[in-house]
Design a binder for this molecule. Structure first.
Ligand code: UT7
Length: 336
């Protein structure tokens, strides 16, 4: 599909809701402890939506900041990567586009759970390459705590809420910010490892009453962990190879913030030292699709990610789904 038009990152922004929930807060109502959560996940606290706040609310805030960072409010399409749309139907992206005052642009959701940002990058790059849009706003937002069972200690301590966004414009493949090769994959044989069993056509057409807990998110943690390490390592290796980079040339490794131990295991396998690995999981938890752009925005604002850095991105999530991509970081204004 190459038209010679690359998608180039030109703006970035993020948003987290104001409510902070600490490990002590969770330990007060669940059979868990700060020590367990920190040692098994690396998480100390996370942001959680207030009653009544939905994914589109988070997405609009992150989108506003990304548009401001790009310095131009006009885009030709909006893509929203999310696991937690405001409603099962319609998609949430058109409402986000309307609330951002972007007019009647094409707008759609991408559902790839925690790999959503990378699948969203592929969609945005495709819109640009096909000449459908010259500028695309890609937002990744999840109000993950709205689907997590508050009584399930195996997921309630990990997942959290937030949003990140980038603006991509048509440009040349050799300029800073141009997306390099994208590696994507899935394995539907293992869809049961991460799921919300009810709420879709499968349970509706069965015509049987659904147990209330089937509307909540479930994850088989140990198996998921193993596949996350395997696929993020393989996808990262392939993306770097396709970009013509040696892994020791990667300046910043930005992986989906699933679990600090997973991040360490993947970067150890890749031979990427800790100082080149960006992480904010201790403060924000696992924010699903939002985690990569949230981290990119924060690291840019804090100067941990600067123009010229060779960046390797990777993600893994339900589906199963995974992906990796490379880009040389551009000079960006931030509004964080
Ligand atoms: O973002 C999308 C992809 N998601 C991921 O990649 C997440 C992958 N998985 C994980 O991050 C980890 O598997 C978890 C953090 C979910 C769990 O950590 P683990 O080290 O794999 O623990 P485990 O499931 O093997 O459980 C160890 C023990 C169990 O007790 P027993 O059977 O040894 O007696 C659990 O019942 O820890 C227990 N446990 C807890 N204890 C205190 C599980 N959750 C908790 C908890 N607090 N919150």
């Amino acid at each position: 599909m190459s038209t010679g038009r690359a998608a180039v990152v030109t703006g970035i922004g993020s948003y987290v809701p104001p409510n902070v929930v600490t490990n002590e807060d969770l330990s007060a109502r669940l059979d868990t402890s700060d020590a367990w959560i920190r040692s098994r996940t690396g998480i100390a606290e996370r942001y959680v939506v207030s009653p009544g706040t939905s994914t589109s609310d988070l997405a609009v805030e992150a989108g506003l900041r990304a548009l401001k960072s790009a310095g131009d409010q006009e885009v030709g399409a909006v893509v929203l990567a999310t696991t937690t749309p405001d409603q099962p139907c319609p998609a949430t992206a058109p409402q986000v586009a309307a609330r951002l005052g972007l007019g009647r642009v094409p707008a759609f959701d991408v559902a790839a759970v925690c790999s959503g940002f990378l699948y969203g990058l592929a969609s945005a790059a495709g819109l640009v390459a096909a000449g459908i849009a010259d500028r695309v706003l890609l937002i990744a937002a999840d109000a993950f705590t709205t689907i997590v069972n508050p009584e399930d200690r195996t997921t309630a301590v990990i997942f959290a809420d937030g949003a990140g966004a980038v603006v991509l414009r048509a440009g040349s493949p050799d300029e800073p910010g141009a997306l390099g090769p994208l590696v994507l994959g899935s394995d539907g044989e293992l869809s049961h490892l991460i799921e919300v069993p009810a709420g879709g056509s499968r349970t509706r057409s069965a015509g049987r009453p659904v147990a209330p807990e089937d509307h909540y998110f479930r994850m088989l943690g140990r198996d998921t962990y193993r596949h996350a390490v395997e696929h993020m390592t393989a996808a990262s290796t392939e993306a770097a190879e396709r970009a013509g980079w040696r892994l020791d040339e990667v300046d910043r490794f930005v992986a989906h913030q699933a679990n600090a131990r997973i991040l360490e295991a993947v970067s150890d396998r890749l031979g990427i030292p800790a100082e080149r690995r960006l992480s904010n999981i201790a403060r924000v938890g696992n924010t699903g699709a939002a985690s990569i752009p949230l981290l990119l925005a924060e690291a840019t604002a804090e100067g941990r990610l600067t123009a010229g850095h060779r960046v390797l991105l990777t993600a893994f999530g339900g589906g199963l789904s995974w992906g990796a991509a490379t880009l040389v970081w551009p000079g960006l204004q931030t509004t964080e």
